[in-house]
Write a protein that binds this ligand. Structure first.
Ligand SMILES: NC(=O)c1ccc[n+]([C@@H]2O[C@H](COP(=O)([O-])OP(=O)(O)OC[C@H]3O[C@@H](n4cnc5c(N)ncnc54)[C@H](OP(=O)(O)O)[C@@H]3O)[C@@H](O)[C@H]2O)c1
Length: 338
């Protein structure tokens, strides 16, 4: 007869046996399953992708909320939706800039463009939410004078998105709408001097990948991970080591160097096309260690080092190089007011 005492005594042996059995059986079952299922899965993915590419959502007359619409990518995403006839709700802090964006959007074809400088909770119909607001801290962790200056990065880049999403989900469920989030290539290819930024963008990707599993097919989620794009950020508007928003084009040059900067119009078109087709593109970096080493060496990453000494900046300063790598607009340090 087996008593409870016997069971307890034998439990570790039984568990060991089960684990050993699983270690043996799992590879034998998994490898052939992968071998046979992978081609079927690839065919399915290709057909699914083709279907998504053909069937495109018509956003004319639909309501799109864009947070971070006063400049840069958000501003041009607004124009792209306007050309397609969507009604716009534009949010950010600078009211004057928002009004200018709203006027241009109406000229481009938006039947309506409402400006909401702060309060975004008064919306009762919504089809697309575009989360685009962001700030870009650029400094080494060791150079920061007060670490608490950077809590606002997560507040804006991560919590700002989450908060807007939370408020919008009931409306988006009703309309079978979509959430579009502007993350960054920095979420999977982190650059030095941008640890807070990279972390905030990685958090965004992870959060929305999880949310995708929670919302299922009720609300579509498109995560966009742009590379360098023409905007106030690429004009050099960054958060410095003291947590202040400044325009520092030397730091911008050292960090971005001769990496080509995409035009905002092209980037915005890709964002709205991606949202309307509900596609997601994944990029894989194969050699992270080499990328990391090159990054450190090329961008001249040393505490206290001047960005002007970085090889990345010197290369950009070579005659004619800027004209090849950067749109004219990012050479100006003039940032919109109010
Ligand atoms: N440019 C690039 O190379 C690049 C690359 C990858 C990803 N991104 C991402 O793209 C998004 C847009 O940036 P951008 O490049 O277009 O730069 P941008 O021109 O500086 O635009 C940033 C936008 O965020 C808004 N914003 C900032 N703080 C805010 C706050 N506390 N509340 C509400 N709105 C706020 C700004 O408006 P107000 O100042 O008027 O509030 C502005 O409309 C960001 O999330 C950025 O991380 C940019």
């Amino acid at each position: 007869m087996i008593t409870p005492g016997h069971v307890c005594y034998h439990l570790p042996i039984i568990m060991d046996f089960v684990h050993s059995l699983l270690n043996l059986v799992a590879p034998i079952v998994t490898l052939p399953a992968l071998f046979f299922l992978t081609p079927v899965y690839c065919v399915f993915k290709v057909l699914w992708y083709i279907n998504r590419s053909i069937s495109k959502e018509d956003v004319a007359g639909k309501v799109v909320l864009i947070v971070g619409a006063s400049s840069g990518i958000g501003e041009h995403v607004a124009y792209e939706y306007a050309r397609r006839g969507a009604c716009l709700v534009l949010a950010a802090r600078r009211e004057k800039s928002l009004r200018e964006v709203a006027d241009t959007a109406k000229l481009l074809g938006a039947p309506e463009a409402i400006v909401i400088p702060t309060d975004v909770s008064k919306i009762d119909e919504l089809n697309h939410l575009v989360n685009c607001a962001g700030v870009t801290p650029m400094c080494m962790l060791e150079e920061t004078t007060d670490i608490t200056n950077f809590t606002s990065v997560m507040d804006i880049n991560f919590w700002g998105y989450v908060y807007m999403t939370y408020l919008s989900i009931p409306h988006l469920r009703k309309s079978k709408g979509k959430i579009i989030v502007i993350a960054s290539s920095a979420s999977w290819m982190p650059a030095p001097r941008m640890s807070f930024y990279n972390a905030s963008k990685a958090a965004v990707v992870s959060f929305y990948e999880s949310l995708r599993r929670e919302l299922g097919s009720d609300v579509g989620i498109t995560i966009v991970t742009p590379g360098l794009t023409e905007s106030e950020m690429s004009q050099g508007k960054i958060m410095n080591k003291d947590g202040e928003i400044v325009v520092d084009q030397d730091m911008r040059d050292a960090e971005m160097s001769i990496m080509p900067i995409e035009l905002t119009t092209a980037s915005a078109r890709a964002v709205v096309d991606g949202a309307c087709r509900a596609t997601t593109a994944y990029w894989v970096v194969f050699f992270p260690e080499i990328v990391e080493w090159v990054n450190r060496w090329f961008l001249g990453v040393k505490p206290g080092a001047s960005p002007s000494d970085a090889l990345s900046k010197k290369l950009l300063d070579l005659p004619g190089m800027r004209h090849v790598a950067q749109p004219d607009s990012v050479r100006s340090s003039k940032i919109k007011e109010g």
